[in-house]
Design a binder for this molecule. Structure first.
Ligand code: HEM
Length: 498
């Protein structure tokens, strides 16, 4: 019997050693990194939803302050974490052609053909065709739509402060960004400022709160990259948006609305029928059909709504704790709008330098999208560290780690808009501030995001003052499972009329 148990133990130990030996990739190259566990690698806590990938990468960044790169394992897939700004610049900008893809394992859903998830030639074609949708002229054309949403929003907050003392600002700001993006991306007049949620908002929120099976699949994909591709999940969300878009398209074909919103611009694109492009595998043809248009409208919504409302609510949170900064912004808003007949316009916002600094500092301290992802498209030797990485290697860039590093920001936990004075910005190495990514694959909606957030914030701060309420936390606790940075207990403040 003893012999039997001993053999079982030896067998288990043998299996353990074998599984451990498969995590040799980084050791052989002399690259340091956290000790991986058999099967799950470094992603065990991510898999059981105890840690977000953002936190995993931030911890790895902080654990190896003297390294330029850190080696991680997604299951058994070696994954490279870049710490050094020069190497990050090399990947995001200088050698972009070799790191163009995100290599995301999208689901097979029709809506998966969107700019964020697309790779290779498909991404190039889409980015080329969609870039003109975000020019300054096109953004300016959308300002009346944004202004209309701001009026609704200010009116709503005004009625709300009569009723309540404590306000959960994240859900309040999402009512605003949901209305802006609903209007600009889908041409819908959503009634987000009511207590009852409409079907659009419910379906849209499902993208960020997938059903348990989709969530489990996303987690499993962390250690078995590619598994998500095998399933077509969230078909009801997909059908809802595909139907919605084809109805909007039909309606506009009968009676062109000339709203000059994203949908008008996407419909113009659809009229081109298809795009052909030479690729290594022959001629690539992309049908610019309703499905493809729906996928782009939806990604504008998905990438823009949560990120912008999160940024605005973190800004309100910091201002409630820093009354001096809030007063300085207020004076700037009053001074500049006086030159524009008291109006908050696209042009007036451009002059609000301090407001802009506060927004940038908010996204530094609270990096809403705290991680950038790329994939190597060829075998490559990382310059400087001279480490060979094979084709297909996932590359992680820990935005939160860099933006909270005292090497680049003095006292990084302190909220200090002066970090974005012209001198401080010029003195910092490139690629140490990356809230919108960097290089040819950065955030295509960055200017739109800034305009909608800054106009919304200027209008809000001109009319209201924010202060900490009894429910305001001195430090925020972030959710471990959210796709973007989200406070566990919401963000509570007190709002009063000026
Ligand atoms: C404060 C708000 C926002 C933040 C913090 C943000 C952040 C980001 C980041 C970090 C990326 C990845 C960049 C990279 O990999 O280098 C990204 C990509 C993207 N964003 Fe944003 N974003 C915001 C708002 C928006 C808005 C309003 C839209 C659309 C109207 C948008 C559309 C997109 C799209 C389509 C991509 C994929 C671009 C590509 O792969 O070519 N984003 N965003």
């Amino acid at each position: 019997m003893v012999l039997f148990y001993l053999s079982v133990l030896i067998f288990i130990y043998g299996v353990y050693l074998y599984l451990k030996s498969k995590h040799n990739f980084w050791k052989q190259k002399g690259v340091k990194g956290p000790e991986p566990l058999p099967i799950v690698g470094n992603f065990g806590k991510v898999l059981i939803m105890q840690e977000s990938i953002r936190t995993l990468c931030q911890n790895a960044y902080e654990q190896y302050p003297n390294e330029k790169i850190v080696g991680l394992y997604r299951g058994y897939t070696p994954t490279l974490l870049l710490r050094d700004p020069e190497l990050i610049k090399q990947v995001l900008i200088k050698d972009f052609d070799l790191f163009q893809d995100r290599g995301m394992s999208t689901s097979r859903s029709k809506l998966g053909k969107n700019l964020f998830e697309a790779d290779g030639e498909t991404w190039r074609v889409l980015r080329h065709k969609l870039t003109p949708v975000f020019t300054s002229k096109k953004l300016k054309d959308m300002i009346p739509l944004v202004e209309h949403c701001i009026d609704n929003y200010i009116h709503y907050v005004d009625t709300l402060i009569e009723k309540n003392i404590h306000h959960e600002i994240r859900s309040l700001k999402s009512k605003y960004t949901l209305q802006v993006i609903g209007s600009c991306a889908f041409g819908l007049q959503l009634n987000t400022f009511s207590d009852k949620e409409d079907e659009f908002s419910i379906m849209a929120k499902r993208i960020f709160n997938p059903k348990p099976f989709s969530k489990a699949l996303m987690m499993a994909d962390m250690i078995i990259p590619g598994i998500r591709k095998l399933f077509n999940t969230a078909t009801d969300v997909q059908d809802f948006f595909l139907n919605l878009i084809s109805n909007v398209i039909k309606q506009r074909e009968h009676e062109p609305m000339k709203r000059k919103d994203f949908m008008d611009l996407l419909i113009q694109l659809r009229e081109q029928g298809k795009v052909s492009r030479k690729s290594e595998d022959g001629i690539l043809e992309i049908e610019l059909d309703d499905g493809l248009i729906a996928a782009q409208a939806l990604i504008f919504y998905a990438a823009g709504f949560e990120t912008s409302s999160a940024s605005m609510s973190f800004m309100v949170y910091e201002l409630s704790l820093h009354q001096d900064i809030q007063d300085k912004i207020y004076e700037e808003i009053i001074g500049i709008t006086a030159k524009y007949n008291g109006k908050i316009t696209y042009e007036s916002i451009k002059e609000m330098i301090y407001l802009d600094m506060v927004f940038d500092e908010t996204l530094r301290k609270h990096a809403v999208a705290g991680l950038l992802i790329r994939k190597s498209l060829a075998d490559y030797t990382m310059p400087d560290v001279n480490v060979y990485i094979p084709k297909g290697m996932p590359i992680f860039i820990p935005v939160s780690g860099l933006q909270l590093d005292k090497k680049y920001y003095h006292n990084p936990k302190e909220f200090n808009p002066e970090n974005f004075s012209a001198e401080k910005k010029a003195a910092r190495p490139p690629c140490t501030y990356l809230p919108f990514g960097e290089g040819p694959r950065n955030c295509i909606g960055m200017r739109f995001a800034k305009v909608q957030s800054l106009m919304g914030m200027a209008a809000f701060l001109r009319k209201f003052r924010v202060e900490p309420s009894a429910k305001t936390k001195a430090e925020l606790n972030y959710k471990t499972t959210a796709l973007t940075l989200e406070s566990k207990d919401g963000i509570w403040v007190k709002i009063s009329r000026r």
